[in-house]
Design a protein around this ligand. Structure first.
Ligand SMILES: CC(=O)SCCNC(=O)CCNC(=O)[C@H](O)C(C)(C)COP(=O)(O)OP(=O)(O)OC[C@H]1O[C@@H](n2cnc3c(N)ncnc32)[C@H](O)[C@@H]1OP(=O)(O)O
Ligand SMILES: N[C@@H](CCO)C(=O)O
Length: 336
């Protein structure tokens, strides 16, 4: 993992100031002489900069996004816990972790931080900007803040603004964290049980009825307790607690809620989308409960230059991570 340390003050969209900033990132491949082979991948809620690990089959050797052809960049988002500045980072003003004092951040702040990294890497032009789910929020914002630097965009399982449904889900997830009696502690483990519940709620929206029916139905007709679906959802909560923390989850879901391309720009989201001129590939997952196809259809209706596909997946919203064979085929066709 590489780290870019920005030693100056970073002002957030809502006017808070981080005295300095670190952005953790990974690069794969090399910038070519023409400097026109950059693929920048924006990650979603709980992922990290190691895109070849979490998107095998799409990014990596002999994949559609191959480091022998492209200079691939993926950076950890502001507020996360995989190396970029987040709530567990040390606040230089106090010498202690920020914890609850971390400022509210928005998708625009994440993009601004990654814009600083882009400058640091001396990248003038992004050939292809990619984002799924929350990564798509960043990609769309980036096309509006630095339109001249981005040529093409690939979006999957994403939307032009956070939906009321999404905000309600995130509120329930934060309520779970806030209900944990350890949440007010100033320690990295604060709110861990709440985080387990928040992830369990999240899993219900990342998957769906069919996923559970197909993968977690008990075969033993005599059971009255200890069902597979139950242990699965508990396992998923436990798994996330080992690699994430409640603070990042709380602040990142707030950032998701803030997503609205029209904020401060126009009364009409449709008008804002019309200003996005990049050639765009859109993919929606038919079984996605969290970001239903209607959101992708809206993008397809208003982005001036797009190609729109729908894929099937038993994984629902998480299909944007798991359906790499379908994604790679569509992306490869489109790039040609
Ligand atoms: C490769 C990495 O390191 S990725 C880590 C970083 N994370 C990210 O990048 C975020 C994006 N990734 C994700 O959200 C996920 O990894 C996904 C969506 C791609 C795949 O989700 P997974 O949880 O791996 O798949 P799935 O839903 O099939 O669950 C499998 C897990 O459930 C366990 N499981 C399955 N059924 C049951 C059950 N009935 N009871 C208990 N556990 C169960 C499996 O043993 C397995 O456990 P493990 O992951 O600890 O080995
Ligand atoms: N599984 C994804 C879902 C959010 O898009 C994650 O944990 O980041």
């Amino acid at each position: 993992m590489k780290h870019f340390h920005y030693q100056r003050e970073f002002e957030t969209e809502t006017g808070a100031v981080l005295p300095k900033l670190t952005v953790a990132y990974q690069t794969y491949g090399h910038l070519n002489d023409a400097k026109n082979n950059v693929v920048w991948i924006c990650h979603a809620l709980t992922a990290n900069a190691n895109v070849v690990e979490w998107w095998p089959g799409v990014v990596g050797e002999n994949c559609v996004i191959d480091p022998s052809k492209y200079f691939i960049v993926c950076a950890n988002i502001l507020g996360s816990c995989y190396g970029s500045t987040g709530p567990l980072s040390i606040n230089p003003k106090t010498g202690e972790p920020y914890y609850h004092q971390f400022p509210m951040i928005t998708i625009r702040d994440m993009v601004k931080a990654h814009g600083l990294l882009r400058d640091h890497l001396q990248i003038q032009n992004i050939y292809l900007l990619i984002g799924g789910s929350m990564g798509g929020y960043q990609a769309l914002e980036w096309c509006l803040t630095e339109p001249e630097r981005i040529e093409n965009m690939f979006l999957i399982a994403t939307s032009a603004r956070e939906t009321a449904w999404g905000i309600a889900i995130h509120t329930a997830q934060r309520l779970a964290i806030e209900a944990d009696c350890t949440w007010n502690n100033s320690s990295p483990e604060a709110g861990s049980n709440g985080l387990k519940t928040a992830r369990a709620i999240g899993m219900l929206t990342y998957r769906n009825y069919n996923t559970f029916k197909l993968t977690q139905t008990d075969t033993d007709n005599n059971k009255t307790d200890h069902f597979k679906a139950s242990s699965y959802i508990i396992h998923q909560g436990n798994k996330l607690v080992k690699r994430f923390n409640a603070f990042s989850y709380w602040f990142l879901t707030k950032a998701l809620d803030s997503h609205n391309l029209a904020r401060g720009r126009s009364d009409s989201l449709e008008e804002v989308l019309k200003n996005i001129r990049q050639k765009t590939l859109l993919i929606g997952v038919r079984s996605d409960l969290l970001c239903p196809l209607a959101e992708l259809e809206f993008l397809a209706q208003h982005l001036p230059e797009n190609r729109f596909h729908v894929i099937d997946s038993v994984f629902g919203h998480d299909g944007f991570l798991t359906e790499y064979a379908q994604i790679a085929r569509l992306l490869s066709d489109w790039l040609q």
